[in-house]
Design a protein around this ligand. Structure first.
Ligand code: BES
Ligand code: MN
Ligand code: ZN
Length: 490
């Protein structure tokens, strides 16, 4: 998508498929709109067709000499707008534009928009609106023979009628650039996560990752991996991409994403209902790759090593089995009690590998447990950490991005539950506290480095559209991770 800022021209001068107007409740009641609009829009209010309440949209055909055949009215309510409100309004606007099959949007912005917001900051306004437009206009690719000719909106012009000062224009452009980076990165993660297991194997995922690396000339490497992928004819891959944003390769952040391209459970086979959703078991991998896309666009002063351990978890004559004892890359031996607890096995090796590349802090993102769904549903991502300060800073970033995260307690008693009689650690600890024990298993491989685990099993893939997210893949945690990286780079 292409987004631009323009000031100093009237809306009639700009051609488009839809004109977007933000309208408050009191404007509807008391007028206050520009000439020509007042009567028609207040009529909508009187008939109850459009109230101006936050996030309401209404499509109005235009006959006056305007550059667009229709207007999309979007309500803002009467309260001051938060970043989250602005983002959500833009999402609803984009969805209305999709229904209209509009390609070019002209987004009228009032010159006093700052006064309508809590933060009063142009960059944040431009960021939230742009990001929302991208998130809201996402459409899941289909594989139908008959493909629609329409691919969603591809250009947006924010326009203020009065000519803006240079500093204002600069902030708009910076905010737009940020919104584009966050939005496109999230949509990249959504596209990968929505892909079916037969069309996205570990080697396909590696190709997709290398494509991102080559686009931004990031160094990358792909290694072969082992245990979990043993049962599959599609061999495993360990994918590494590095981003160096400062003069020295120091203070490196490790980002590790679970890349199980399909999880049948292996020999500990899952039951059939709902198994198709496990195409999303590489949602963590997609998220960290999305972060690399955003880093390529924004180039902050920070160093990152991204590691994706990827495999397909299948039952077969070669598959690993319950009772097997395997040796991890770190040398730790693991008693496999359940082959469906595969994510933590590949993640453990990936953390070890991130350390070898110099990671000094690590975040892992994974669709790791059904247990996190029992607690947080598909509403919030569950977090486990060994470092409260790190966690607090990350939670602050997630407040900006609007993604919900809830920290789970990591009492040492949970770690005790992972003790094995015959190996250094075991990969499953029963039903109780499952999200925490899984997290702590992974954390073991951080070897004391500050670490945060994000369990997105509930939030990576939705059965119904909610908030900024469509049905299916959400690309969750891309925006919180990028926001945190930007805050660390300042
Ligand atoms: N990928 C699954 C978790 C999952 C379940 C993600 C449903 C998305 C939707 C993970 O590999 C898994 O199977 N976890 C097991 C662990 C158990 C065997 C200890 C689980 O949660 O049941
Ligand atoms: Mn599993
Ligand atoms: Zn899994």
């Amino acid at each position: 998508m292409d987004i631009e800022f323009n000031s100093g021209s009237t809306i009639n001068e700009i051609q488009g498929d839809a004109l977007i107007l933000i309208i408050s409740e009191s404007e509807l009641e008391h007028g206050g709109l520009s000439e020509g609009w007042n009567d028609r829009i207040s009529l909508l209010g009187k008939t109850g067709l459009f109230s101006g309440k936050l996030n309401q949209t209404y499509v109005l055909p235009l006959d006056n000499p305007s550059g667009c055949p229709v207007a999309i009215l979007v309500g803002k309510g009467d309260q001051l707008l938060t970043t989250e409100d602005l983002r959500q309004m833009a999402v609803q606007t984009a969805r209305a534009a999709l229904r209209l099959k509009a390609i070019k949007l002209v987004f009228k912005v009032s010159e006093n928009i700052q006064e309508l917001t809590v933060g009063k900051d142009i960059l944040s306004i431009a960021y939230a609106l742009s990001e929302g437009l991208l998130l809201g206009s996402y459409r899941r690719p289909t594989y139908k023979q008959e493909q629609s000719q329409y691919n969603g909106p591809n250009s947006v012009i924010f326009t203020i009628e009065k000519k803006s000062a240079d500093a204002v224009e600069r902030d708009w452009n910076l905010g737009i650039q940020r919104g584009l980076a966050f939005g496109e990165a999230t949509n990249l993660a959504r596209n990968l996560t929505n892909m079916p297991g037969n069309l996205l194997t570990p080697s396909d995922l590696a190709v997709a990752a290398i494509e991102v690396a080559e686009r931004y000339r990031f160094p990358s490497e792909v290694l072969d991996e082992r245990a979990v992928g043993k049962g599959s004819v599609n061999p495993p891959r360990m994918i590494v991409i590095r981003y160096q944003g400062t003069g020295h390769w120091d203070n490196v952040v490790g980002l590790v994403g679970k890349g199980i391209t399909f999880d049948t459970g292996g020999i500990s086979l899952k039951r059939a209902p709902g198994m198709e959703e496990l195409i999303s078991d590489m949602g963590g991998a997609a998220a960290v790759l999305g972060v690399m896309e955003a880093l390529g666009r924004l180039r902050p002063r920070i160093n990152v090593v991204m590691v994706i351990p990827s495999a397909e978890n299948m039952p077969s004559a070669n598959a690993f089995k319950p009772g097997d004892i395997i040796t991890s890359m770190s040398g730790r031996t693991i008693e496999v009690l359940n082959t469906d607890a595969e994510g933590r096995l590949v993640l453990g090796d990936a953390l070890t590998y991130a350390r070898e590349w110099g990671a000094k802090r690590i975040i892992d993102v994974a669709t790791l447990t059904g247990a996190v769904l029992s607690t947080l549903g598909d509403i919030a991502t569950g977090a486990v950490t060994n470092n409260e300060e790190f966690m607090e800073r990350f939670l602050a970033a997630s407040n900006v991005s609007g993604e919900k995260i809830w920290q789970l307690p990591a009492y040492p008693e949970f770690r005790e539950m992972l003790k094995s009689e015959v190996a250094d650690i075991r990969n499953a600890a029963g039903r109780f506290g499952g999200a925490t024990t899984a997290g702590l298993f992974v954390g073991e491989f951080a070897e004391g480095l500050p670490w945060i685990h994000l369990d997105i099993a509930g939030t990576a893939f939705l059965s119904k559209e909610r908030g900024v997210n469509p049905r299916g893949a959400t690309g969750v945690m891309v925006r919180s991770m990028v926001q945190w990286l930007l805050s660390e780079s300042e």
